[in-house]
Design a protein around this ligand. Structure first.
Ligand code: AMP
Ligand code: ZN
Length: 294
């Protein structure tokens, strides 16, 4: 029987080949997030943080671990779930699972329905402009999240992006030959416009498998995958990264830690403008969401 790397008692869990007992794993996980919060000053006293929760293991872990840190770091938090209004993309229990979680941990819960909030039917638009739903959804969610956070007095947005997401997104973008985005692959993206809310990624150094173990050990219910979600879609790059993982289990952690140190000079857009139709920040005359409505 393997021994826990920390206390040397018998280990029940293996993360990236390192054996842990349950209680040392939970400490290890919380310490990792706490160290990141301190190192990058992700949270300041009196912050009002809106945690974006899809209902999956990553964002549920993020909401849970932050709820545990509320007193230590003296901040307030709320949870927002965005209902994109596309039945194929949403698990019908998701809303209830997140609502129950919020009741249990005493976190204010907000539900935003894209159809009502933005008057936008993503499925219709996708048919009209012949673009896949997923390619519209991300942009619309980012827009709604920023607008909602700002309008409701939150000064930070936290997402559940973890080391697996960051590594995968890195390589996806790398092959586009357009590199300005690298500057955004950080645990914190400070606001650079009065209408843009600062974003934090407390799970930047956590692995998907750690988040899954964390929700299991804490008995946190999560929403199952919808058929469009990343983890269900076959993805060649994801398979390649899995192969690297199997040979070099610390690859992703080392990769994101290296990214934290990369300083890249990017050409800032001339200035961030405000959309002439809705007033939201954009680098164009008319923002992406308003263009979908045209
Ligand atoms: P994804 O792009 O689906 O990998 O999601 C990345 C992060 O965005 C998640 O960890 C959540 O924090 C947030 N997110 C994704 N979908 C939603 C949603 N429907 N409602 C609220 N937050 C979301
Ligand atoms: Zn607009």
């Amino acid at each position: 029987m393997a021994k826990c790397v920390s206390c040397k008692k018998s280990a029940q869990i293996k993360i990236a080949f390192a054996p842990f007992c349950e209680s040392c794993f939970l400490k290890h996980y919380q310490n990792r997030v706490e160290r990141l919060i301190k190192k990058f000053k992700l949270i300041k006293e009196k912050d009002k943080i809106l945690v974006a929760v899809s209902g999956g293991k990553d964002s549920m872990s993020c909401a849970h671990v932050l709820s545990k840190f509320r007193q230590r770091f003296k901040f307030e938090m709320g949870v927002l779930h965005i209902d994109v209004g596309v039945s194929d993309c949403t698990n019908e229990n998701t809303e209830n699972i997140i609502r129950d979680f919020c009741n249990e941990y005493k976190v204010p819960f907000y539900l935003l329905k894209i159809k009502e909030y933005l008057g936008l039917d993503i499925k219709e638009v996708s048919k009209k402009i012949r673009r896949p739903i997923c390619s519209i959804c991300g942009m619309v969610k980012r827009y709604a999240l920023n607008k909602f956070a700002r309008e409701n007095g939150f000064n930070k947005i936290a997402t559940g992006h973890c080391a697996d997401d960051i590594t995968l997104l890195f390589f996806k973008n790398w092959f586009s030959y357009y590199f300005d985005w690298i500057a955004k692959f950080k645990p914190i993206m400070p606001s650079n416009h009065p209408k843009i809310v600062t974003r934090i990624r407390p799970l930047f150094e956590c692995l998907e498998e750690e988040n899954l173990t964390y929700v299991k050990l804490n008995k946190i219910k999560i929403a199952g995958c919808s058929k469009y979600s990343y983890s269900v879609r076959k993805d060649k790059l994801k398979e390649i990264l899995k192969l690297i993982d199997s040979k070099k289990p610390d690859f992703k952690i080392n990769f994101v830690r290296a990214l934290e140190r990369v300083e890249i000079k990017v050409k800032e857009p001339d200035s961030i403008k405000e959309c002439i139709k809705c007033g939201e920040p954009t680098d164009k005359e008319i923002c992406g969401v308003c263009r979908l409505k045209m």
